[in-house]
Design a protein around this ligand. Structure first.
Ligand code: PLP
Length: 380
């Protein structure tokens, strides 16, 4: 067996920055400012500016960014929010925390992104918003999304937790919706050394509300005029994120380059079908996902890759509507055929900045070796 190829390797990001991070943290400790400190304000401005949005509000996680962002945008009990059935469960949790009802929508099987044509069928007088998820690092088509929202008078809440600085058709993630939610979970494209999140918005009143919500509902200390909780991105994490942010465009480009290499090398293999990139270099490839057909081959391929020292993942094995905790929403098997089919076929291959061309080639070779129906250079 050759070397192990991990699914994600953060050492490439952290080793070059480690001395600077340690110095910054020493300075923070000396200053004694840990909550709502100067690094948070600086990072909020820098990340919002990089995304082309006016305001950034750092919160404790991506889940909180969704929940607080939607609440500040006016989503509440009685409202319905359209959301893809194939997303990470946190998108649903964010909606449910506002008291609103998530209304699930099937996906386009080529991209795994929400299918706006299917979404039309689910619009009711209570539909208040659509929460598109820029899944795996690819934006839902921005103009189609804006047209859809405008024609049905809906707010757009972007779940951009997998799409920091991703872009499509000249539009950057976070600049489409009324609010956009980000996560800085360590393995995201821009990751902290702990939990963290942010809401971006161009609306100053929404920004002001979220700043109050995250800080016990206090605009001034000990005066609680509105609903609140405790959800802040801490100063130490913001300092790390500020150091990493300038590297992010190059990291995203490196992911995109490796994805192009995977795409080209996997194209001739029967039964192996990469998800389609409609964004060219704007796809930030948080994850690199293939479909394996027929579906029962997926487990075999995953086991063969594991035996060859190659780690893979499945994002996500059980769609939201089939999760035990969400049965109360009333969905059942068969409701979202594309989502259900993808859940049985998808496999995420190693992807991170620092993954080398040789490693990608090793993964591809292991796939060639283990796909029984592969026809090496034959006339197929
Ligand atoms: C990671 C993620 C979240 C949640 O972010 P946390 O920081 O883990 O709370 C939400 N939505 C999507 C699509 C994610 O990938």
């Amino acid at each position: 067996m050759a070397q192990t190829i991990p699914f994600v390797d953060l050492s490439f990001q952290h080793e070059p920055l480690q001395a600077q991070i340690e110095q910054l943290w020493r300075d923070c400790i000396a200053q004694g400012q840990f909550i709502l400190g100067p690094h948070l304000a600086a990072f909020e401005q820098a990340f919002a500016a990089a995304s082309g949005v006016a305001h950034g509000i750092g919160v404790a996680s991506g889940t909180d960014a969704l929940a607080l962002g939607m609440r500040a945008a006016g989503i509440q009990a009685g409202d319905e929010v359209l959301v893809p059935a194939n997303t990470f469960i946190a998108t649903l949790i964010g909606i449910l925390r506002t008291g609103a009802t998530p209304v699930l929508v099937d996906c386009d099987p080529d991209t795994a992104l929400i299918d706006l044509e299917a979404a039309v069928q689910n619009i009711t007088p209570r539909t208040k918003a659509i929460a598109p998820v820029h899944l795996y690092g690819q934006l839902v088509a921005p103009q189609a999304l804006k047209d859809f929202a405008q024609s049905h008078n809906l707010l757009i809440i972007e779940d951009a937790a997998q799409a920091h600085l991703a872009h499509r058709d000249g539009i950057t993630a976070g600049s489409i919706g009324t609010v956009a939610a980000y996560s800085f979970y360590p393995s995201k494209n821009l990751g902290a050394m702990g939990d963290g999140g942010m809401v971006l918005t161009d609306d100053p009143e929404i920004a002001r509300k979220i700043r109050a919500y995250r800080n016990y509902g206090a605009r001034e200390k000990y005066i609680h005029q509105e609903w609140g909780t405790n959800s802040r991105l801490d100063n130490l994490q913001a300092a790390v994120l500020s150091l990493k942010l300038p590297q992010l465009p190059a990291w995203n480009a490196a992911r995109n380059q490796r994805a192009e290499q995977y795409n080209a090398a996997l194209a001739p293999l029967p039964g192996i079908c990469p998800l389609v990139n409609h964004s060219g270099p704007g796809h930030s490839y948080h994850l690199y996902v293939i479909r394996v057909q027929p579906p029962h081959q997926r487990e075999k391929l995953q086991a063969a890759l594991m035996a060859a020292g190659i780690q893979t993942g499945i994002h996500y094995p059980i769609p939201c509507h089939l999760q035990p905790a969400y049965r109360f929403l009333g969905y059942q098997l068969g409701d979202f055929p594309n989502t259900e089919q993808l859940a049985g076929e998808i496999l995420s291959l190693p992807m991170y900045p620092g993954l080398t061309a040789a490693q990608v080639e090793a993964v591809v070779q292991a796939i060639r070796d283990s796909v029984p129906i592969a026809t090496h250079g034959s006339s197929h």
